[in-house]
Design a protein around this ligand. Structure first.
Ligand SMILES: [Zn+2]
Length: 79
């Protein structure tokens, strides 16, 4: 975690920020990129989902992250 990471998060839609916070609470890692893709949520098993900061439908992006969190719970015991 870096300060830059937290500042970058301010540019995100609030639903996306909430989804990212829930991902972290679920034990997933959030990494940030520079460029069109804001970052991604990563599971220790290797799966990940991209986070876009400029999408037309941030609520849908947040739903995708929530779905990833739910699936992560399902595949926690699977390598
Ligand atoms: Zn996983």
């Amino acid at each position: 975690m870096s300060y830059t990471h937290n500042i970058a998060r301010r540019g995100l839609h609030k639903e996306i920020r909430k989804a990212i916070a829930e991902a972290e609470q679920a034990g997933l890692r959030v990494v940030t990129f520079s460029g069109h893709t804001w970052g991604q949520v990563e599971c220790p098993c290797g799966q990940h989902i991209k986070i876009y900061s400029t999408g037309r439908n941030p609520e849908f992006g947040a739903k995708l992250i929530h779905g990833f969190i739910r699936r992560r719970r399902d595949h926690r015991s699977t390598p």
